[in-house]
Write a protein that binds this ligand. Structure first.
Ligand code: FES
Length: 108
């Protein structure tokens, strides 16, 4: 049986009025494809990456009130705030590809 942990999920809030979250989802999917990271090796394990929309993550200060959307990377739990479509490349490259937190977007 496959463990649920073999999938890395990016949950992106799409509850803003201006729909920036949907644009962030699109940009993340495009970058995953472009950078060839829809499947990757993390911690010696093969993982699939999925980008999913979700409702309010209770991080609205980092979402509704800023220029971008909030997102959570599951299962590790990293939270990014005010993510704009132009930030998708860095999240995919640095976080997923290289395993480094994108500090300028991280929310505690
Ligand atoms: S509206 Fe996006 S976190 Fe609340």
């Amino acid at each position: 049986m496959k463990s649920a942990d073999s999938v890395i999920r990016l949950f992106v809030c799409t509850a803003q009025k201006d729909e920036v979250g949907k644009e962030v989802v699109k940009a993340l999917k495009t970058e995953l494809k472009k950078q060839g990271l829809k499947k990757l090796l993390a911690g010696g394990e093969k993982r699939k990456v999925r980008v999913q929309t979700c409702n309010c993550l209770d991080l609205c200060k980092q979402c509704k009130k800023g220029p971008g959307a909030a997102l959570i990377i599951h299962p590790e739990g990293t939270v990014y705030g005010n993510v704009r479509p132009k930030d998708a490349a860095a999240i995919v490259h640095e976080h997923l590809g290289e395993g480094r937190i994108v500090e300028r977007l991280q929310v505690d």
